[in-house]
Design a protein around this ligand. Structure first.
Ligand code: ADP
Ligand code: MG
Length: 453
């Protein structure tokens, strides 16, 4: 659509001039201009934040009405402050943009390949409250008395409550405190399992023994995943014994206490119970506030007190979720170039809560795609080859994969195609979203339908 932006804006303003008092018009709109037009969105630039807030709140409707008088393809307006770069405007913000933002925040920290520890996890940055006090003091004591005080140390608690942070922090502190003379190694139990499986298959059990028994501090995360895998448990048990007999420190985390891991061998369980077991529970309000403030400081960013309070009041059960929401809010703020309003904070929290609690299923997804494209569910699920079914079907496949992580054969079967078609469709949509903001917008709208269903 080739159009002269200045002419369009001039027409809109002359219309506005008839609606507003002369003083208001001069104060708020005179120094505005139109920076761009994209897919029905007009990007309006105002001289400062104050004018932007004002116009956005008071005159948005009138402006949109006026704009549509001249061009009925206009769907909405976005307001920017002059000097703000256009490519930072809240156009179509994709998941990829957000991921880049989050990566930027975490980028300074890189996992040490020798120890597998991420230096971002320290005892210093671990906020302590009644929910994790015992676990924290045990951790601090272990740093001073490696292998002798609390051995093994078993920490358990729900998802996102800081287990990984705490046990990695012990490794990092030990490394700093003893200047690398005491060797730590961190491993997830999945990695441990896959190492053992690899070693068995390749007859390299000696490598594994050396790798894990040649350390002073072995940190194993999420041990509940080892339970039930016989060969892995066996190897872990031997590793455990060897280390333990040599007064090496063993640190273990789990999502539940040892007696609640049903498949865990009895002898391993009693070993764990011979050391110190500490749990971590949900953080209280003060702690949630402190965690938010800590994260802000860490990433060198700012957020208003009201927003901090709102997040701390509403996000209660998972520190990881708390961080995720905080990052989304900071992202929003940076895109806008202005402090967030409470309303936006509330919206972001609400959306996240919906994603967390509402359970989405496959028929909901297919139904919503059909609704969005105004086609029938039967057509989507059947073998029809109509042209108008191609895009909806590909998007349904993409969403089944993206939201539910379903297998390709299942997706194919569900939508009347084979698994290679499903793979192709998912890949295609995945790539196209990056370039095609209209498609991205469609997917966002369909997701809204899904969550509303
Ligand atoms: P878990 O391993 O229990 O699932 P994590 O250790 O991965 O949880 O914690 C999730 C996120 O929350 C991490 O980014 C971690 O830094 C942060 N976090 C959790 N508890 C705290 C705390 N007490 N102080 C600071 N950050 C915390
Ligand atoms: Mg963890």
């Amino acid at each position: 659509m080739e159009k002269n932006l200045d002419t369009l804006w001039h027409s809109i303003l002359s219309e506005m001039e008839t609606q507003l008092s002369r003083a208001n018009f001069a104060t708020w709109l005179k120094n505005s201009r139109l920076a761009d037009e994209k897919e029905g969105t007009l990007f309006v630039v105002l001289p400062n934040n104050f004018a932007k807030e004002w116009v956005e709140n008071k005159y948005q409707k009138n402006l949109l009405g006026a704009a549509r008088n001249f061009d009925d393809s206009v769907k909405k307006l976005e307001f920017l402050v002059s000097g703000q770069k256009l490519d930072l405007a809240p156009r179509k913000v994709s998941a990829t943009d957000f991921n880049k933002f989050e990566n930027k925040i975490n980028l300074e920290f890189q996992t040490d390949p020798e120890t597998n520890l991420n230096p971002r996890y320290t005892l210093n940055s671990f906020v302590v409250g009644s929910s994790n006090e015992l676990a924290f003091s045990a951790a601090s004591a272990i740093v001073q008395n490696v292998g002798s005080k609390y051995n093994p140390f078993f920490v358990y608690g729900g998802v996102g409550l800081g287990k990984t942070h705490l046990i990695q922090a012990i490794g990092n502190e030990i490394k700093a405190h003893y200047r690398g003379k005491i060797k730590s190694k961190y491993v997830s139990s999945e990695k441990f399992t896959s190492d053992v499986v690899w070693a068995i298959r390749n007859r390299r059990m000696e490598d594994i023994k050396k790798k894990y028994r040649d350390v002073d501090v072995l940190i194993i995360d999420d041990i509940q995943f080892i339970g039930g895998k016989e060969k892995t448990e066996e190897e872990f048990f031997h590793t455990f014994n060897t280390l333990y007999e040599n007064n090496k420190q063993i640190i273990i985390s789990s999502d539940r206490p040892p007696q609640s891991i049903p498949t865990l061998e009895e002898r391993l369980r009693s070993r764990f119970e011979g050391g110190l077991i500490a749990d971590i529970v949900y953080p209280e309000y003060e702690m949630r506030t402190a965690i938010i403030k800590g994260k802000l400081q860490e990433s060198n960013r700012e957020l208003g007190d009201a927003a901090i309070d709102l997040i701390a009041r509403k996000v209660k059960k998972n520190v990881r979720e708390l961080e995720g929401i905080l990052n989304k809010i900071l992202f929003h703020q940076e895109m806008r170039g202005a402090p967030v309003t409470e309303k936006v904070v509330e919206e972001i929290i609400e959306k996240a809560a919906q994603n967390f609690t509402r359970r989405v299923n496959d028929s909901q997804i297919i139904k919503s795609v059909a609704e969005f494209y105004n086609v029938s569910v039967g057509d989507l699920e059947g073998h029809v080859r109509k042209k108008e079914i191609v895009e909806p079907r590909q998007i349904a496949m993409y969403l089944l994969r993206d939201m539910l992580d379903m297998s390709y054969p299942y997706i194919g079967e569900k939508l009347g195609k084979d698994h290679t078609t499903a793979i192709h469709a998912v890949k295609k949509i995945d790539q196209e979203i990056e370039r095609n903001s209209l498609l991205n917008q469609k997917i966002i709208s369909i997701k809204e339908l899904i969550f509303r269903a």
